[in-house]
Design a protein around this ligand. Structure first.
Ligand code: AMP
Length: 326
């Protein structure tokens, strides 16, 4: 925990009447949970302040965790403190108007390749941005207020970004923060029902994924999802993207990839791995991310195949020089 950096951020929050909170595009549970959680804590603690969450795109998580505030004109931002959470680079922020804020704070747990903001608090080893928001609350619990709604948002982000507390970034501190949140009274039945329920046609798609997935010589499992497949199974791009998780537990396949056509001449690649570090691979294809979870962008099937070949070479090299993987 970095109390000094947190104190600088708390002082900024105290100094402003208007605070606008932002997150990344295509929001996941951590992006929505951390922004909604901080917003709720600040609204409870400072009822006299104007606190907003204003973004440009939404997802299932903005659906079940609740809405955000409506778009505002440029001049609305000029006297505000902006707080961007869970977003490594400024171009990934959902609402580019964050740059119009008087000052900008960055709170993030991704690799800090291109820092931004007037104040930056980045802890790359944290399991989620939500864990950082929980730490922020805990550091100043004598003056900040929390309730079960705020705790639910933050807990939802911690649960989803840590693979249900499974990833190696999860520490004793993570679980102590989660315990503190549970003590606020979270309806975990409803939360997990929202996280696990699947549509009938989504399960049909899952069966199709297992039929179509391919494996490279070294064991990279991959799948290309074109527009026709998305149409056939009536998938949103988010549902198509979720297929990355179907490929995660295949023995000897330490790297797995899905490529989803966007319909605008680009395709989104999601990259995941066990043991092997893949962010440098993602960076070669207009992407980046964490050591074992990355995103990238390609422009056609041929470029995706090149990425698969590079992943295959990486995995072959890893297997030749390491033991104990599975
Ligand atoms: P995703 O597959 O979208 O869940 O992304 C996995 C991780 O990689 C997330 O932490 C993202 O922040 C990061 N990431 C995804 N796409 C990109 C990109 N184009 N450039 C840099 N980082 C990315």
């Amino acid at each position: 925990m970095n109390r000094e950096q947190m104190k600088v951020i708390l002082d900024k929050i105290k100094a402003y009447e208007k605070i606008i909170i932002f997150r990344h595009k295509r929001p996941d549970g951590d992006a929505v949970g951390s922004t909604k959680g901080l917003c709720e804590i600040l609204k409870l603690t400072y009822p006299e302040k104007q606190i907003y969450i204003i973004n440009n795109d939404y997802s299932d998580f903005t659906g079940f965790l609740g809405g955000e505030d409506e778009a505002r004109p440029d001049e609305f931002y000029a006297d505000a403190l902006g707080i961007v959470i869970d977003t490594a680079t400024i171009d990934r922020v959902s609402n580019p108007k964050c740059a119009l804020c008087k000052e900008l704070v960055k709170i993030d747990h991704h690799i800090d390749r291109t820092p931004y903001g007037d104040v930056s608090w980045v802890e790359e080893e944290k399991s989620s941005a939500c864990e950082m928001i929980a730490d922020f609350y805990a550091a100043f619990s004598d003056e900040l207020k929390i309730n079960s709604a705020a705790a639910t948002y933050i807990y939802a982000g911690m649960v989803t970004d840590s693979g249900r507390f499974r990833f190696r970034s999860v520490t004793g501190d993570t679980l102590r923060a989660a315990a503190m949140l549970l003590d606020q009274g979270i309806d975990t039945d409803t939360l997990f029902a929202n996280l696990y329920m699947k549509e009938f046609h989504t399960l049909k798609f899952q069966a199709h994924v297992y039929k179509k997935m391919k494996i490279s010589p070294a064991g990279v499992v991959y799948l290309y999802i074109d527009r026709a497949m998305q149409k056939k199974f009536k998938l949103t791009s988010e549902q198509a993207s979720a297929s990355i998780s179907y490929l995660e537990s295949i023995k000897d396949s330490l790297i797995w990839l899905v490529c989803i056509e966007n319909g605008d001449g680009t395709a989104r690649v999601r990259l995941r791995s066990r043991f092997v570090t893949i962010n440098e691979l993602a960076e070669r294809y207009n992407g980046g991310g964490h050591a074992c979870a990355c995103g990238a962008t390609v422009h056609n099937k041929k470029e995706f195949k090149a990425l698969v070949n590079d992943a295959d070479a990486l995995l072959q090299d890893y297997k030749a020089n390491h033991e104990g993987w599975l």
